[in-house]
Design a protein around this ligand. Sequence first.
Ligand SMILES: *[C@@H]1O[C@H](CO)[C@@H](O)[C@H](O)[C@H]1NC(C)=O
Ligand SMILES: *[C@@H]1O[C@H](CO)[C@@H](O)[C@H](O)[C@H]1NC(C)=O
Length: 337
Amino acid sequence: MHTQSLVALALASPAAALLRFGCSQLVVDRIDPLVNPGVAPSPHLHQIIGGNSLNISMDPKVDIGETATCTTCQFSEDFSNYWTAVLFFQHRNGSFHRVPIIPNAGFEGSKGGMTVYYMQDGLANYAQTSKVTAFRQGFRQLVGEAMYRSKKDAQRFRQLTYTCLETIGTRFPETMNLPTTPCKTGIMANVRFPTCWDGKNLDSPDHMSHMAYPEQGTFESGGPCPASHPVRVPQLMYETIWDTSKFNDQSWWPEDGKQPFVWSMGDKTGYGTHGDYIFGWKGDSLQRAMDSPCYVNCPTLKTQSINTMNKCAVQRTVEEDIDGWLDHIPGLEHLEL
Ligand SMILES: *[C@@H]1O[C@H](CO)[C@@H](O)[C@H](O)[C@H]1NC(C)=O
Ligand SMILES: *[C@@H]1O[C@H](CO)[C@@H](O)[C@H](O)[C@H]1NC(C)=O
């Protein structure tokens, strides 16, 4: 699906909801309030977007939809926090450099960040007629396993993929591994969460087992949820565009011809990609949006300008070098890469 057709569709007014919105960077920090609450530094660096109630502990009893005072997201009632690992480039000489994030088409001017989707049906289904139950206060989830390094392991998760961007609008093909050749405009990391909830637990010890994939087929094909996880929730998806174009000089790439990008947990394969989510929409705003006619533009929701989004930020908790040429990835001093 190309951005152009999404924009054109936004002008029609179908019966149901697909949210697609930009969020600027809130902070890049070595914290992980979901997997390592209260721990600073956490094992690896993350890039985080959303509401400014983010902190290292994030008690699930606290309604961040009420405590946050600003958000980096375009829909200003969304104080959720969303994050992924951070991509680095490793120069042939061994040094590392953090790869900058650029905004998606339609969100020009946004300071880094991601594009977030909440879908009732697959992206290509313009009608978006299936009912979904929105996430609620206290809900959290994780998808992906930071330690995975093989395709076989990574097959446990559907649709954690990469798109090698020829242009900002390239959407095919998607691969499970990091692209192996230079990508002209960048590398888009796509994270799609499972869509079936057990209906009881807002979280689980591994932050995943309260969620499941459809029993047969896929979310996109309308596959039914398993009896253990009967509640169909929106498909949450993140797109992050890593501007790898600055690092495409072949004389900087490894002499063995391997690709030079590495995730902040030391993963050069791409199979360790993961995304984290802490729900924080204010009141019933997400359910209201999912029950209203909106496709990209949602009149039932309040929006803010990109300028205002860019002004929301939180201080870094862990003070360390994350910019410029580095001799190691933060937290990975002892890892041979
Ligand atoms: C995190 O925020 C909560 C309120 O949302 C607060 O009670 C707690 O003290 C904060 N923790 C830290 C470490 O700042
Ligand atoms: C590696 O190359 C970069 C870019 O030219 C340079 O800034 C950096 O200092 C080099 N690192 C080492 C260890 O030579």
